[in-house]
Design a protein around this ligand. Structure first.
Ligand code: NDP
Ligand code: NHF
Length: 326
């Protein structure tokens, strides 16, 4: 069973969760049940993953079969970029709740600090990044919505009991500071890309000061990114000698060492896998500890190397868009 991170709101976020990006809907319900059987209680979903309805079927089957109780689960979802206008936030959440077959979410995150043109559900769901790939220079279509207005709409949904915690993803320190200036309800969680190639030391420190918990996405080091990912390359975090040596010393796999490094940095991690043996492997990290030297050696792999920047994600599609990070 996974340990938890205590949030400023008092809630307890399980330190290991299962991420659902890129899991086919057909496979999702049984993966949810298997994950619960092997101890997962934290599920990282998003409208954009196109599989929330399938996650809902898996959760509902698990609850109905008595595998777990609703209060033992932590379900996160994310508001997609096309729904930032205040009038679209509630319908977006309602759609997610309906798909997930839940009455409330444990955590709702603003997925990106990017507001895109609204696309009605009946036109396309999930709408994705809103560009026309047929165009010679396909451009994202933006919408002028100040982030604080989106946040205030989310705060109202907390007041109404539809969400327990709210937070953001892919924000840097400046964006967080700006949000904190206007927020009535402070963000409980920041979800960011984080692995040994992107340690984000300063952002983590800022979050610790502000009592915002951090969840690291792509915690194994961007293995699944196409075309810019590391899958099958000798350059992946998991094939680094530092990681492999530490893994041998502890009798663990490189993935377990990298995930353990994540939780020992006091962050939650949300690895994705579709394989039962890896579900078990990725959560079995609470019965060993890395030394300070081992932690420092893994952090020393930092290359400030980011894989998930919409500016270069899918190079052809976004070739006219500037990266949102420095
Ligand atoms: N907020 C945001 O903007 C974002 C959030 N996320 C969230 O983070 C989650 C995880 O991110 P993701 O980018 O998938 O990255 P991960 O670091 O979780 O890597 C997933 C890849 O690693 C493989 N893998 C899983 N476990 C192991 C293991 N033990 N040993 C070797 N390989 C392994 C998987 O393959 P296989 O399935 O075959 O096991 C898959 O190819 C997402 O599912 C999503 O929920 C991700 C990106 C952006
Ligand atoms: O979370 C996710 C992973 O990254 C992708 C590209 O930025 C997003 O589209 C997706 O929602």
């Amino acid at each position: 069973m996974t340990e938890t991170l205590q949030l400023a709101s008092g809630a307890k976020l399980p330190k290991v969760g299962l991420g659902f990006w890129k899991i086919d809907s057909e496979a999702v319900p049984s993966i949810v049940e298997e994950a619960i059987d092997v101890g997962y209680r934290h599920f990282d979903c998003a409208c954009d993953y196109g599989n929330e309805e399938a996650v809902g079927r898996g959760l509902s089957a698990s609850l109905n079969s008595g595998r777990c109780q609703r209060e033992d689960l932590w379900v996160t979802s994310k508001l997609w970029n096309t729904y930032h206008a205040p009038e679209h936030v509630r319908p977006a959440l309602q759609k997610t709740l309906t798909d997930l077959q839940l009455d409330e979410l444990d955590l709702y995150l603003i997925h990106f600090p990017i507001s895109l043109k609204y696309v009605p559900f009946e036109e396309r769901y999930p709408p994705g990044w809103v560009f026309d790939p047929e165009q010679e220079t396909p451009q994202m279509e933006f919408a002028p919505v100040p982030i604080l207005e989106t946040w205030q709409a989310m705060e109202e949904l907390v007041d109404e009991g539809l969400i327990k915690n709210i937070g953001v993803c892919n924000f840097n320190t400046g964006l967080l500071a700006d949000l904190l200036n206007g927020a009535r309800i402070r963000p409980s969680v920041l979800q960011i890309e984080r692995h040994p190639y992107l340690v984000q030391e300063k952002l983590l420190k800022y979050c610790q000061q502000q009592k915002i918990a951090v969840t690291g996405f792509s915690p194994l080091g961007a293995l699944s990114y196409v075309p810019i990912g590391m899958a099958g390359t000798d350059d992946s975090v998991l094939s680094q000698a530092v990681v492999q040596d530490i893994a041998k010393r502890h009798g663990r796999t490189p993935a377990q060492v990298v995930l353990r490094w994540g939780v020992q940095c006091e962050t939650a991690v949300i690895p994705k896998t579709t394989r039962r043996e890896r579900l078990v492997e990725n959560i079995s990290i609470f019965d060993f500890e890395l030394s300070d030297d081992e932690m420092a050696a893994i952090s020393g792999l930092d290359q400030h190397r980011r894989f998930n920047d919409p500016g270069d994600f899918g190079l052809e599609a976004f070739n006219t868009f500037c990266p949102i990070y420095d």
